[in-house]
Design a protein around this ligand. Structure first.
Ligand SMILES: [Fe+2]
Length: 415
């Protein structure tokens, strides 16, 4: 049930430990603040073997309690979080009938859930609104199999993101987002429309994003939405633009192609040092590097070829096996010896022609083994001796399926 929040002033500082009846109100004129105060979310992020952060955005000081219980049975436990008030300035109210993004005081709510069991999936529910719930998995022990979902360029108000999410497996541990999370540029979309449509993905497992060019579309958007809500999704980084995390001895590196990635840049130096560090960790298997703009594509879009040539020997030296990106709205897979490059930007933004530069990029053309200009997401299963990938179309059709052999250091993908 929704109740309009008429009071344009805040109801004071959030307590951070509220556990009583949520207080409605405290929202902004023009904002529909749900009873219970939960505006967007929840979702999980920043997971390791024993902890995770659960977040949501609130439009009023409200309960920060969640109840967490193991998916396969076990005792529920209550965890209490904190709310951080922020003066959100982003304003988007363009089309009649499209819910606007309204400026005002918002309360990012974060629950640090600690003391969890490794390799275990949990379900959680918000005390402020029992209909708001989700799932997360802690990091798997080194060597254990797991599954994750990759999607990019999600524009649910335009393309068939709903179909993509309908065919997302229900047992993935987490999602990596390949950037361009929401598109004001499509006019009909706001964060107010994006969150409800993306909730099937957000509730399925931790959400580990990377930054695309559409995260900066209008004034204040990056700070108010990406940085405030999705910043700090991983570890071992003081920058909001890049971070790393691991599960099962597989290390993931989320980068920003909107920041400098040239040799010698802060981000490149960080990546090189962290890849080397990961490769020396006990139980290390391989690494996945992901970001938004492609290093290889046969679409019309510019390739980050200089960065690819710089990182190629570094990737091979430290056991990177998958490089994933978005930006190009479709699916492409390239095999370059031990390295598999995947473009998976089919999350709902208008589809692209994937063959425009095939003639002028013969090296890349010789390495491309699959492509499809179709809305889709990519499921990656990490097995004991192989990586198995499948690109699943919005209609459930398998667009591509591949295996990367991990039993030896060399060898590429095969169909
Ligand atoms: Fe993009």
């Amino acid at each position: 049930m929704l109740s309009a929040c008429k009071d344009a002033t805040t109801n004071g500082t959030p307590t951070g430990t509220s556990s009583g009846t949520p207080s409605a109100g405290g929202g902004e004129a023009g904002l529909e603040c749900p009873e219970g105060g939960v505006l967007h979310g929840p979702w999980a992020m920043r997971f390791n073997e024993t902890s995770v952060r659960v977040r949501w955005d609130a439009c009023a000081p409200s309960s920060t309690e969640i109840v967490v219980e193991p998916e396969n049975g076990g005792e529920p436990a209550t965890h209490v979080g904190e709310q951080s008030a922020a003066d959100v300035k982003t304003s988007y109210d363009v089309i009649n009938g499209v819910p606007p993004d309204v400026p005002g005081i918002r309360y990012r709510t974060e629950v640090a859930v600690d003391g969890l069991q490794p390799g275990t999936c949990y379900r959680y529910q918000l005390a402020a609104d029992s209909a708001r719930r989700g799932r997360f998995c802690t990091a798997k022990p080194a060597g254990a199999p797991f599954k994750f979902f990759a999607v990019g360029d999600t524009n649910p108000s335009v393309g068939d993101t709903t179909g993509v999410l309908d065919h997302m497996p229900s047992d993935v541990d987490f999602t990596i987002h390949l950037g361009d999370i929401q598109y004001y540029a499509s006019v009909f979309e706001s964060w107010a429309t994006w969150f409800p449509k993306m909730q099937p993905l957000l509730r399925q497992g931790a959400f580990q994003p990377s930054i695309g060019n559409h995260e900066y579309e209008i004034d204040f958007e990056f700070q108010d939405y990406y940085e405030r809500l999705f910043g700090g999704a991983g570890f071992d980084s003081s920058a909001v633009e890049w971070y790393r995390f691991q599960s099962g001895g597989v290390w993931f590196f989320s980068l920003s192609t909107e920041a400098d990635l040239d040799a010698g840049s802060d981000q490149a130096n960080w990546l090189e040092a962290q890849l080397a560090d990961a490769a020396g960790q006990p139980g290390y298997r391989f690494s996945v590097v992901y970001f938004h703009k492609p290093m290889m594509t046969l679409s019309e879009y510019t390739q980050k070829k200089g960065e690819r040539l710089h990182f190629d020997p570094i990737f091979r030296q430290h056991g990177v096996r998958l490089i994933m990106c978005g930006h190009v709205h479709g699916y492409e897979r390239f095999v370059d010896g031990e390295l598999t490059y995947i473009v998976s930007g089919g999350g709902g933004a208008a589809l692209h022609d994937l063959n425009v530069t095939a003639e002028e990029r013969p090296e890349e053309a010789s390495k491309r083994v699959a492509s499809s200009s179709t809305y889709h997401g990519t499921v990656i299963e990490v097995l004991s001796d192989a990586i198995h990938g499948s690109a699943i179309g919005h209609d459930g059709r398998i667009l591509d399926e591949f295996t990367v052999d991990l039993s030896s250091g060399a060898g590429g993908g095969s169909n």
